[in-house]
Design a protein around this ligand. Sequence first.
Ligand SMILES: C[S@@+](CC[C@H](N)C(=O)[O-])C[C@H]1O[C@@H](n2cnc3c(N)ncnc32)[C@H](O)[C@@H]1O
Length: 255
Amino acid sequence: MPAALTDLPPLLRELLDSGQFRDASGALQSIYANISTEEVLALYGLVRQLRPRATAEIGFALGVSGLAILGALEANGGDSRHYVCDPFQTTLVAGQGLAHVRRAGLDHRLQFFEKFPEEVFPTLPPLQFAFIDASHLFDLTLLDFILVDKRLETGGVVGFHDLWMPSLKKVVRYILANRAYRIHPASHAAGTPKAPSAYERLAASVKKILAALPHSNRLFAPEILQPWPGFRLGNMVFLEKLAPDTRDWRHHVAF
Ligand SMILES: C[S@@+](CC[C@H](N)C(=O)[O-])C[C@H]1O[C@@H](n2cnc3c(N)ncnc32)[C@H](O)[C@@H]1O
């Protein structure tokens, strides 16, 4: 069942409704860098559905996505834990993400590391869900994915935010082309792509013709052969792990 605003922790609702938070000095500031209300509901709904025992997150900021995950874990009950890495919680947001979790009364489920994920992930327990919204650089996001994948159980799900960015699109293309993952249907609750323009429709038709040419995969970039709109994604995706990694050492699919 899709999540409703009334399911969310009251503080998270307040942040989303007002678009503001109180900083350490008590002054009102606009919330920033966070996922949207539609994405919060999709994230909350998926964590409710998956009922994970252990979840992880890379990139916390003011804790909007974190409160969605923590709120869903709380609603699920049991003794699940959320492990979060963000090396810039103090320098970027003066600890306000953590303050929100305390105010929401959800800190008993959180283990927070003000560290880079590569220092933390090898120590985490097996995970059933993870969410990545951190550096947004291609190589560091791929590193985040690799670290998550090493802990993620088969059947587990990893989410990525900011698919408007070429770096994030490339990471998702890599995973879908090379790893045993598929797009989880909950991705489509997280926002729909905007309808393609007349130019984009024309470009897609031309690309289809090019893809049909002999040896097209040696001649054209994957972006030409499989244009991004064909993935039918909005700004957030959830990828489900289908199997452990058993690739041959020579495996490589262009992405
Ligand atoms: C877009 S914000 C995350 C917003 C959050 N998902 C939300 O909805 O409230 C990105 C966060 O990633 C963190 N970050 C940047 N580079 C990072 C890195 N290399 N590893 C981990 N976190 C990083 C930043 O400190 C920032 O808090």
